[in-house]
Design a binder for this molecule. Structure first.
Ligand SMILES: Cc1cc2nc3c(=O)[nH]c(=O)nc-3n(C[C@H](O)[C@H](O)[C@H](O)COP(=O)(O)OP(=O)(O)OC[C@H]3O[C@@H](n4cnc5c(N)ncnc54)[C@H](O)[C@@H]3O)c2cc1C
Ligand code: SF4
Length: 306
């Protein structure tokens, strides 16, 4: 295992709520000059005439979790925010910081251990303990993406605007998971300004659920945000975005395709849920996540549909 190298001129880093940043400062993993944006960034929630919303990047997770209009229009976003971390963390953590937070991999978070996400050339988790790692092995780094809100926003086709780029998809913001040394595509000093959601669809229902090893104050093992529209007893729209399984949040396209136009009943859902692990490449310790993923798909879709 290689030892971490201290960078001579570390890159400056934004501090929003500070719940991720401060912990990496304390451990010595982050050494760049802090730029405090907690009081300068956009905290507004703006509704369009068509019912679409734009959320300022400095809006707290607690605000999103408790806003009645967001809960009515975008229940998958509201429930995701309600399930995240602890009340104390949600009170200060921001939506922009949640999207840009760094990996929770315990090797990455140790200042005395190097890895591909720092200046190293190997991934100690791949050969070491990766119990909480990816089940879709898409690149050299086997850490999953930690953002609950990114998965929810993926399910809603959200667009992110920074001070340099407009209307990025979640995939454009976070990449495809193949680049080991990054958790997102933001350039040094590029700031997320706002997140826009399209207007809700007529008759849309949505929800979120996580499989977790303790009831609160923990990242999920696997999480799922689901949106559906049912008309005439059949699925007109199914959108499923999973977190906790890959280096980026994943759309479960195989399940979505299988359910399109199908009768919205337990049998169709049970059959389609088996496809949730389509394309998975689990590590020696992470195959258990595929059972959790299939179970979540089945559970959330049944609750929403039947
Ligand atoms: C016990 C516990 C459980 C948790 N569980 C979960 C969970 O289940 N799901 C989950 O998603 N998270 C979880 N978290 C993490 C928490 O949600 C994040 O730390 C928080 O959302 C980060 O937001 P922040 O505003 O505090 O960001 P900060 O800590 O201020 O910043 C995080 C990173 O984002 C960058 N950044 C911040 N704002 C911007 C911006 N506007 N533009 C560009 N870069 C920016 C910073 O430079 C920094 O690198 C948990 C945390 C704890 C302590
Ligand atoms: S999984 Fe990624 S973050 Fe963790 S040790 Fe490997 S390269 Fe580093």
């Amino acid at each position: 295992m290689s030892v971490a190298v201290i960078t001579a001129n570390p890159t400056p880093e934004f501090r929003a709520g500070g719940t991720d940043f401060s912990e990496r400062r304390r451990s010595g993993v982050s050494q760049g000059m802090p730029i405090d944006i907690s009081n300068t960034g956009d905290k507004t929630i703006t509704w369009g005439a068509d019912g679409a919303v734009q959320i300022g990047a400095l809006t707290t997770i607690a605000t999103i979790a408790t806003d009645a209009r967001i809960a009515a229009a975008y229940p998958g976003i509201a429930v995701s925010a309600q399930g995240l971390a602890t009340p104390q963390v949600r009170h200060v953590a921001t939506l922009g910081g949640n999207l840009a937070q760094r990996s929770r991999c315990w090797y990455f978070r140790r200042a005395d251990i190097d890895c591909l996400k720092k200046s190293g050339s190997t991934c100690p988790a791949r050969t070491g303990n990766h119990l909480y790692g990816v089940a879709f092995d898409l690149g050299d780094c086997v850490a999953l993406h930690p953002s609950t809100m990114a998965a929810a926003l993926l399910a809603y086709d959200a667009k992110i605007t920074t001070d340099r780029r407009s209307r990025l998809t979640i995939a454009e913001l976070l990449g495809d998971g193949s680049v080991a040394n990054a958790d997102h595509t933001l350039a040094a000093g590029e700031m997320i300004e706002s997140i826009a959601l399209p207007a809700p669809l007529e008759g849309e229902r949505a929800s979120y659920k996580r499989a977790i090893s303790r009831t609160h104050a923990e990242w999920p093992l696997v999480e799922l945000c689901a949106r559906i529209v049912i008309a005439g007893g059949r699925f007109q729209l199914v959108r499923l975005a999973a977190g906790g399984v890959a280096p980026v949040p994943l759309r479960l396209a195989a399940v979505e395709v299988q359910l399109a136009g199908k009768v919205a009943d337990a049998a169709s859902i049970a059959e389609a849920a088996k496809s949730a692990s389509s394309g998975a490449k689990p590590l020696p310790m992470t195959a258990y996540k595929l059972d959790l993923l299939q179970g979540l798909v089945r559970d959330v879709l049944e609750r929403l549909s039947i």
